[in-house]
Ligand binder design. Structure first.
Ligand SMILES: [Zn+2]
Length: 282
């Protein structure tokens, strides 16, 4: 039963020592990956990962908290990469008012640039919203009307904003990617919303190496742990796990056509099988 982790930071430094093993563990377990970017180096690395593995799709972009030093030269390079057939999505991008290290105006400027880029290359946008739900919706709305496909990564919001966020996503056709928070018993309003997400807009993600699901086995989350997220979401929705997998994989394959031919564990073992074997045996 394949699953697709629609948001994983495989390029993060937490995976520098064993990135190939982490990818291999995930793909061998039948968990395909969309590799989200946070800056130009991770965008480049994502492309390499997608080139080397069936079952991995790549995104390019700059995380809102990383936009302080972003300039036109770096953006030009991100835009050039975005046009590559190896790139499946733009992001992650959005607005983050939690960390307060970059002004909302600077974040908004670069969020708009990502939106324009996604529209121009015709690829979905991976959206990050933290304490910024209303502003994110306002900036996305006109682009959605112009045909932008957007994924609300780590779908969640404060108790006050969750209803408007959910209603907006359903009305505007924004995909909601549910992650490890679904496994946290204290996220009551989110857990109450999960069964209401229409099948057609539901995706799963880990946000690894961040946000390990409950029970927390390790500090570093891994894409293979998507299985735990899927179990929790299936239970909350009263859906068979296999049905949930079918729905979410179908949605992910439509959004990220690079994964359309990927059939799960068996087909995920690529021509680099020998290299992986070596990595496992020292
Ligand atoms: Zn992320």
């Amino acid at each position: 039963m394949p699953l697709i982790d629609t948001h994983c930071h495989l390029a993060a430094e937490q995976f520098d020592a064993d990135r190939e093993e982490v990818a291999a563990r995930s793909l061998a377990a039948g968990v395909g990956i969309v590799a989200a970017a946070t800056d130009l180096p991770s965008s480049r690395l994502n492309l390499e990962l997608a080139a080397g593995h069936r079952g991995i799709a790549s995104a390019v972009g700059v995380h809102p908290t990383e936009t302080a030093g972003l300039d036109d030269a770096a953006w030009k390079e991100v835009s050039r990469l975005a046009a590559s057939p190896l790139v499946s999505a733009i992001g992650e991008t959005g607005l983050d008012y939690y960390w307060k290290n970059v002004s909302p105006a600077v974040q908004a400027k670069w969020f708009d640039r990502h939106i324009e880029l996604a529209l121009s290359v015709g690829k979905p946008l991976l959206v990050h919203a933290r304490d910024s739900v209303l502003d994110v919706m306002e900036r996305l709305k006109p682009a959605l009307a112009s045909g932008l496909a957007a994924v609300w990564h780590c779908f969640s919001a404060s108790r006050r904003d969750l209803r408007p966020a959910f209603d907006f996503a359903v009305a505007e056709g924004v995909w909601m990617a549910v992650g490890g928070m679904a496994t946290f018993a204290d996220r009551k309003s989110l857990r109450a919303a999960i069964p209401l997400i229409p099948d057609r807009l539901l995706l799963l993600e880990t946000d690894a190496p961040y946000l390990p699901p409950h029970p927390k086995l390790t500090d570093r989350n891994e894409p293979v742990r998507l299985i735990r997220v899927a179990e929790a979401v299936a239970e909350l929705r009263g859906q068979e796990l296999s049905r949930l997998a079918e729905i979410t994989v179908g949605n992910a394959k439509r959004l990220f056509p690079a994964l359309a031919g990927w059939a799960g564990a068996a087909a995920a073992v690529p021509d680099r099988r020998e290299a992986w074997k070596e990595a496992f045996t020292d």
